[in-house]
Design a protein around this ligand. Structure first.
Ligand code: SAM
Ligand code: SF4
Length: 352
């Protein structure tokens, strides 16, 4: 498929019913950030994210590129300034770079400030140059250990070297990389200082994520969960951490590490203190709009979009209705061994 055929998909253009009204939810929060999941599939099987044997969606259920573009564009028209492409693993969706290249027209017109990507890095070496040419400046790479054995145990795939090469190639191509690591009590707690030093020495920000109770996995989340309060205490025994005022409208809080000079983020989604500034919504690869990562309520935008192929009016109506239901906050808890997930869907469905 070429970019040309992608954007001549029948029923996608021309359209009526554009809207420029911004999206503000009942709590006065302006929605300016869309996380767009382009697939639920992945080439890794991180133990905290998926079971080894996952049932993925049939490919026919996925939104086409024309539909993903139409939805993303509708959100850009409504004031979204930042678009994050995620998954599953976004770079395993065939020809995904065509979609990113096409969406980059919104950067050129100034309607969008940023297109960015969250990836496990396995395909990054091949994608880096084209991402840069499409105007992508920053990419988040998830990596939970620099030890090949631990990496293979956590991801159930032995490919640390491939990921490290992806990071190197991406940096050489000019991409700014931020490393995301899920804090895992048994697998990486003691390695975090080494990983942070490694990232900061290479000019990469580093963010530690608290494990969230999303979806059935093969292990007990209670065994893996460690609070970032404990991790911060570990790090403060060896380093001086100074709080930074930086805010992203999400659950991240940042500090400067005096000894490395680098920036360190803590993502604590289980705490409620970020919900009041929440600026984001999430769209799945089947067109479900989740107004909150930690709630089950979703709006089926695919059905509306398919029912009105040439008219975005009803789509904007459905978006308005969904935003009017954005909840004040989430309901996550990890409170007991063997507990059922607080949110039954996997993170790979909604996109992290
Ligand atoms: N495959 C890509 C990756 O790993 O970066 C993008 C999708 S992944 C679902 C996005 C982020 O969510 C990753 O940083 C991953 O570590 C994190 N994640 C997945 N499941 C999680 C969970 N249950 N709790 C906390 N973070 C999780
Ligand atoms: Fe795949 Fe990302 Fe989930 Fe790991 S965290 S299994 S890389 S989607």
């Amino acid at each position: 498929m070429t970019a040309h055929t992608l954007y001549r998909a029948p029923g996608v253009f021309p359209r009526q019913g554009r809207s420029s009204a911004s999206m503000v939810d009942p709590f006065g929060r302006a929605i300016t950030y869309l996380r767009l999941s382009v697939t639920d599939r992945c080439d890794l099987r991180c133990t905290y994210c998926m079971a080894e044997k996952m049932t993925f969606l049939p490919k026919r259920d996925l939104l086409t590129f024309g539909e993903l573009d139409r939805l993303a564009t509708a959100f850009v028209e409504r004031g979204v300034r930042k678009l994050r492409i995620t998954g599953g693993e976004p770079l395993v969706r065939k020809d995904i770079l065509l979609l990113i290249e096409a969406l980059s027209r919104h950067l050129e017109t100034g309607s969008l400030d940023e297109i960015t990507l969250t990836t496990n890095g396995t395909q990054l070496a091949d994608a880096a140059q084209r991402l840069v040419r499409a105007g992508v400046k920053r990419v988040n790479v998830s990596i939970d250990s620099l030890d090949p054995g631990v990496f293979a145990r956590v991801t159930r795939r032995d490919c640390l070297a491939q990921v490290l090469e992806g990071i190197e190639v991406a940096q050489a191509a000019g991409l700014h990389i931020k490393i995301n690591t899920v804090a895992l009590k048994q697998d990486n707690r003691s390695q975090l200082p080494h990983m942070i030093r490694w990232a900061h020495a290479r000019g990469m920000d580093f963010t530690i994520i608290e494990a969230m109770p999303m979806g059935e996995i093969d292990e007990d989340r209670f065994d893996q969960y460690i609070s970032l309060k404990d991790i911060r205490e570990d790090l403060e025994k060896v380093w001086t951490l100074t709080d930074l005022p930086d805010r992203t409208g999400g659950p991240a809080r940042y500090v400067r590490v005096a000894e490395t000079g680098g920036r360190l983020g803590f993502i604590t989604p289980l705490s409620h203190n970020f919900c009041e500034a929440c600026n984001r919504v999430r769209l799945t690869c089947t067109g479900k709009l989740y107004m909150c990562l930690g709630q089950e309520d979703a709006a089926d935008l695919r059905a509306v979009m398919r029912a009105y192929p040439g008219d975005d009016g009803p789509l904007h109506g459905a978006i308005n209705e969904a935003i009017s239901r954005k909840p004040k906050g989430h309901d996550f808890v990890i409170d007991r061994p063997g507990g059922v997930p607080a949110v039954p869907r996997h993170m790979s469905v909604t996109g992290g």
